[in-house]
Structures are given as C-alpha cells and as structure tokens.
Design a protein around this ligand. Sequence first.
Ligand SMILES: Nc1ncnc2c1ncn2[C@@H]1O[C@H](COP(=O)(O)OP(=O)(O)OP(=O)(O)O)[C@@H](O)[C@H]1O
Ligand SMILES: [Mg+2]
Length: 304
Amino acid sequence: MTNALEIKDLVKFYGKRQALNSISLTVPEGEFFGFLGPNGAGKTTTIHSITGLAKYQGGSIRVFGYDAVSDYRQTRALIGFVPQEFNFDPYLTAEQILYYEAGYFGVSKKEARRRAAQLLKQFDLYTHKELDYRKLSGGMKRRLLIARGLVHEPRVLILDEPTAGVDVDLRKKLWVLLRELNQQGMTIFLTTHYIEEAERLCKRIGVIHQGNIIALETTEKLIEQLGKHVITISLDRRFPEIPRELRQFGIELAEDGNTIRLTKNEVHLNELLKAIYAQGLNVTGIDTEKTNLEDIFLGLTKEK
Ligand SMILES: Nc1ncnc2c1ncn2[C@@H]1O[C@H](COP(=O)(O)OP(=O)(O)OP(=O)(O)O)[C@@H](O)[C@H]1O
Ligand SMILES: [Mg+2]
C-alpha cells in the first residue's frame, strides 16, 4: 500500500527552542487521520514542515514517496493545504483566488476556470464569486480556504483547524464535505481542537504534546484502551465489605458502603443484578459513565 505521508524522526528548532522532538508517523493513502494536541504542541509546525513552509533540522518527510525537500515541486503539487489562518490577497475576488491558485500549479486557463466554477458551486460560494475576499463572511472565507486547497486536485488534503470559529451548522456541513472527499479516495490529515470532530471523522489519531507524539492509534482502540466504562449501582443497604456472593463479579465497593462500581465488564451486568436481587437487596439507582476522547486526551496531556 502507498503511504501518503511518511514522517521519520522529524526534528525542528526555532532558534534554540525545539518545537519537534524527533517525531515519526505514517499516513497510508486513503486514511482520514486526526492530529490532536494542545496549543503550542507542534501541529502547525509539523504541517509547515510537510508543506515546505518550514525548514527542519533533522529527519525526513515523504509524500507519496517523494522527498519534501529535494522533490519539493512534486510534493507540493500532491498536497492540498488549508492553513490555520487566512492568507488571501485581499484585492482578489473569490473566483480569482481559485483561478490564480490553479494557474500557480500549472493548470490551463480553461481548466482553471472550469474547476473554479465547480468548487464555487460545491462550496456554496457561486453567488458570491464576484465579491472580493474582504467582503466575504468568516464562514465563506473558511469555505473558500478549503476550496482553494483543492483546486489543483491534490491527493492528500492537509487541514490546519479548518473548523475553528465556525458555527455548528457550517461545521456539520464541512464534516459532510470532508467525509465525501475521503470516500472518493482523498487522504485527509486534519488538526482540530474539537474532539467530537476527531471522534466522528478520523479513523486514526495521533496526539502530539510538547513536540512528542504521545499516542498513535485507531480512534476505536484509543477509546477502548484508554477509555473506561463505569457502572455505579446504589443498594438499599450498607456493607463493610463486598458480600461474598457478589465477589466473582470483580466489583468495587465505594466508601459509603452501599454503592458498588463495575468497570468495563458490562456483559456481566445482568448476572450481577440477578445476584443482587437473589440476596434480597434492592437497587436504588444505576448510573453509567463512559469516557470519551476528550477525557482520554486530557488525561494523556496532563500525565506527560
Ligand atoms: N515562527 C516561529 N518562531 C518561533 N517559534 C515558533 C514559531 N512558530 C511556532 N513556534 C513555537 O513552536 C511551538 C509549536 O507551535 P505550533 O504553532 O506548531 O503549535 P500548534 O500545535 O499548532 O498550536 P495551536 O493549537 O495553538 O495552533 C510553540 O512553542 C510555538 O511558540
Ligand atoms: Mg497551530
């Protein structure tokens, strides 16, 4: 299988400050990859290293097999880049922005016009195509930023917080768009601070913290390995210790003496309840708590 991105032992300093501490990660073609981490962790620095905007001091980056430094022209053409901040020429119209970007990548004028029109329609910008960038709303600018990243038909789309400051409605529309692109075969590398977004979209997740990759797993496994499913059952009687008949269920007794906790093994819940009733006990309450990616993420970054 081809790898869209192959980052090996990447080291990046800004002056004396080390921003990336020898990170490695591979994204196979077709994957929807999420790159998470707190502010200042090194996400944008990693992306800028991939796209050639930042020089790095150690390691290597390959994009579909091409080296990001020595084969810069090839790698840049394979990448669609959606930056964290708007960097449009303020005097161009939405249409011109797309048209010129295509030209920059050597697309013919006729084809550039066709693609610009198609993307303007796809991103609901067609009726605003004559407006210059400054007159677009924040949400329109976001959409234009993504459209611009696609105009030269890249094979991997790298998005640096594409939904920051975007309202819920537009965010959901962007999710649909990104999912569609991915289903059509586009590899996607996404950074986001919205955990729900990563949980819903990404097949695999890398977590970076202080320039180190501290987790790299499928989204499912990350939640399964680090997540917890806790069921709390309140009983109508207090116990000094877990009654012998209930011990086989691997439960814990809370300090109050009448609350028991069951971690993970939800399969046993039914039998546990039967055993409780068989003891002549009554259940006065049940509570379940499932950790999500948010908790895992907080735990991971706090620990290190
Ligand atoms: N041009 C620069 N010059 C000097 N230091 C920089 C530069 N760009 C980033 N840094 C530093 O490198 C570290 C990583 O920054 P980076 O922008 O990659 O973080 P990030 O994970 O993208 O954070 P955020 O979520 O806030 O966008 C930070 O300590 C930052 O201050
Ligand atoms: Mg950033």
